[in-house]
Design a protein around this ligand. Structure first.
Ligand code: 3HC
Length: 289
């Protein structure tokens, strides 16, 4: 299976980052989202990310990369010629299912339908669609333009050729993929990290420490970000939806967490809204000394 045209559905932090990675690898990519206003934000983020690559000498011709990215506000036109579609919409099952329903109807028969879901089983996302064999997980990590890891996940329905093609494609775009053979909640990486997310929530719920204290400790151990800064960076909505899903699928213990729910309800989603555990100014967390 040859991949020459890719479409990314959803232009949020992950969606526009994934599209940028693909364009940087010299491949044409469409990005689809619900409005031009949302797409304008994605354009601005891609632009400033490419500027960083230019200023650090990693990229010579920004315009060439930008010319490979095309913007759409409806799914059928955006996926018409796509060999690979990567869904990167919010981590909410109903939203993902509705996207896959549309992909089932509007993609060509040979198109691979990948999801960047962090946690939700592919079998649930693809339930009810005809092209189950074409559905595969392609899970990037934030920021996609910097982090190398991609989890390539198969379900019981995924065709061997689809799985191998996406694994090879991940290498072609400069990533270090790992194969995940079992379609279980959180796959490998987030399944391992899930208990930690709950633990860090309970630390705050029980007033054991302040986020900045735990984060300072984590950075002293050589980590680039502490856990609370990282959750703000990834998005409290993503963390919140993940824990809700784990509560349903893995253990009711995951519903014990309160602080993520509080921040989510207050729309304090971290970097993307300017405040989460911390206030964010010019892309940097304002962490108290
Ligand atoms: N675009 C382009 N370049 C970028 C960039 C971006 N968006 N973000 C960072 N960079 C580049 C910088 O320009 C810099 O390049 P240089 O070394 O050539 O100057 C380099 O990356 C380092 O960036 P900074 O100096 O700004 O700051 P840091 O050293 O702190 O790096 C970071 C930033 C890469 C985000 C680092 O803090 C980090 O790796 N944090 C942890 C991220 C992580 O763990 N992500 C995984 C989250 S889990 C997930 O995504 C799964 C999902 O399912 C939720």
């Amino acid at each position: 299976m040859e991949i020459n045209k890719v479409t990314v559905i959803g232009s949020g932090i992950m969606g526009h980052g994934i599209a940028e990675v693909i364009a940087l690898a010299g491949i044409d990519v469409n990005i689809e989202d619900i409005s031009n206003e949302v797409l304008d934000k994605a354009k601005a983020s891609i632009n400033s990310s490419l500027d960083r690559l230019v200023s650090s000498g990693k990229l010579k011709n920004k315009d060439e990369v930008l010319s490979r990215i095309h913007y759409f506000t409806d799914i059928p036109s955006s996926v018409k010629d796509a060999d690979l579609v990567i869904e990167a919409v919010p981590e909410v099952l109903d939203i993902k299912k509705s996207v896959f329903d549309q992909l089932d109807k509007s993609t060509k028969d040979s198109a691979i339908l990948a999801t960047n879901t962090s946690n939700i089983r592919l079998t649930e996302i693809a339930e009810g669609i005809k092209k189950k064999g074409k559905v595969v997980g392609m899970h990037f990590f934030n920021p996609p333009v910097v982090l190398k890891l991609v989890e390539v996940i198969r379900s019981q329905y995924t065709e061997d050729e689809v799985f191998e093609t996406v694994y090879e494609f991940s290498k072609r775009i400069g990533k270090t993929p790992i194969k995940v053979y079992k379609d279980t909640p959180g796959f490998v990486v987030n399944r391992i990290n899930a208990p930690e997310s709950l633990y860090f929530c309970l630390v705050i719920d029980n007033n054991l420490a302040k986020p900045e204290e735990v984060d300072r400790f984590a950075r002293s151990q050589g980590l680039p970000m502490g856990p609370y800064e990282l959750m703000d960076y990834v998005g409290i909505d993503t963390v919140y939806h993940s824990l809700q899903y784990y509560a349903k699928e893995l253990s009711p213990d995951y519903s014990k967490c309160q602080v993520y729910t509080k921040l989510f309800n207050e729309k304090k989603l971290g970097l993307k809204t300017g405040e989460g555990f911390y206030k964010w100014v010019n892309g940097k967390a304002q962490i108290p000394e």
